[in-house]
Design a protein around this ligand. Structure first.
Ligand SMILES: [Zn+2]
Length: 102
């Protein structure tokens, strides 16, 4: 017998985006429901490592759009799921890392 485990999350499970600086390790968490005042994401607030800086693109704007789309989509899905029937939509994620204690 072969068994398979899938790990699914609902859109409503998405609480925040976490930016972790590869240079100094600081983590900045931006709630999905937050307002977009993220121009300061151009660089790490701790060590000034460049983050969302690009010569050709406004990556901060792209991030803001992504967050707004996910938030709007999640709200729409929640409205739909309060009605009867239809479907539910989840995101499949890779298996969480094992703690090694089991
Ligand atoms: Zn940093």
């Amino acid at each position: 017998m072969t068994s398979q485990t899938k790990h699914l999350i609902d859109f409503s499970d998405i609480l925040a985006f976490a930016f972790k600086c590869k240079q100094c390790g600081v983590v900045v968490s931006l709630p999905i429901a937050g307002n977009t005042k993220d121009k300061r994401l151009d660089k790490c607030p701790s060590c000034d490592e460049p983050w969302l800086v690009s010569d050709s693109e406004k990556l901060t704007d792209t991030f803001d759009q992504l967050r707004n789309h996910i938030r709007g989509f999640t709200q729409d899905m929640e409205r739909r799921q309060k009605r009867s029937g239809g479907f539910s939509l989840s995101i499949e994620i890779s298996a969480p890392a094992s703690s090694g204690k089991d």
